[in-house]
Design a protein around this ligand. Structure first.
Ligand code: GEK
Length: 243
């Protein structure tokens, strides 16, 4: 996968709103996400490990909002259940075409089928593992519960749902600490003050985080049990819940 350096927000932009997963973003995406999301590089292989535990023979594994397929590839490399397939879904043309090219070069192993589709419209069937790795935060808030209900309905007994998200904190002081620490992380990754500010503006209307309490309530309303946080670094967390 290309590791082009992310300089998208390095120069003054007249308009910084409306972040899109277009060609420009796709070119720098692996670099952008590892330098912006503390823990991303650990979370991805750990999802592979979780998928290995919960994948059931003859079932489907879903990677919803797959981008360039990092999580699908981690699952493909880790899962040993027989007769499974990975279904990777993303509605960004630039993302799926790039991931498709990469897949053409990889032969053998667990089949990965790419769907160029909105995850709100994709069908979920016979799932033993479903992953939303930093994707739910981009879905309109009013559609999130319905999406989780649909996912839960397509999950087999004992199947696992993994949801990684940027989270909000109800307590103002806590939020201030977490935001400061995240920005410190971005500084250590070489992002300038201008880049941090412009990226924040660009994502403002697109990435809408929820509190942990809201995530847990959603899992419960979808009929999922045993929800727990298995990872957190600053304001980035990952949860797992079961059918
Ligand atoms: C990873 N999971 O590397 N339908 C389908 N895809 C969507 C939708 C939608 N409605 N909305 C957003 N996306 C990946 C990283 S990135 C996270 C996920 C980030 C897609 C969008 O096109 C993008 O590829 C992805 O969700 C979010 O493990 O950029 O912070």
């Amino acid at each position: 996968m290309s590791k082009e350096y992310d300089k998208l927000f390095a120069t003054n932009r007249a308009r910084t709103t409306g972040f899109k997963f277009d060609d420009q973003v796709v070119r720098v995406f692996p670099d952008m996400i590892t330098r912006s999301v503390p823990g991303y590089e650990l979370v991805v292989p750990m999802i592979g490990l979780l998928a290995r535990r919960y994948a059931q023979p003859g079932s489907n594994l879903y990677d919803l909002g797959c981008s360039l397929g990092a999580t699908s590839l981690a699952m493909a490399g880790a899962v040993n259940a027989k007769d499974v397939q990975i279904i990777a879904v993303d509605n960004s043309t630039a993302m799926v075409s790039q991931f498709g090219k990469l897949l053409e070069e990889l032969k053998g192993g667990i089949p990965i089928r790419i769907r160029h589709q909105d995850i709100l419209e994709t069908s979920i069937e016979d799932a033993s593992v479903v992953v939303l790795n930093f994707t739910l935060q981009f879905i309109e808030r009013e559609h999130r519960q319905h999406l989780l209900n649909t996912i839960a309905a397509g999950m087999k007994k004992d199947a696992a749902l993994v949801v990684s998200e940027k989270i909000l904190f109800a307590d103002e002081q806590e939020q201030a600490y977490q935001t400061a620490w995240h920005h410190d992380f971005k500084r250590t990754q070489g992002y300038s003050e201008l880049e941090i500010a412009q990226k924040r503006d660009a994502l403002e209307d697109v990435l809408r985080p929820d509190t942990e309490e809201i995530h847990f309530r959603r899992f419960e309303q979808a009929g999922l049990s045993q929800p727990r946080r298995w990872f957190q670094c600053f304001s980035f967390a990952s949860y797992i819940a079961f059918k």
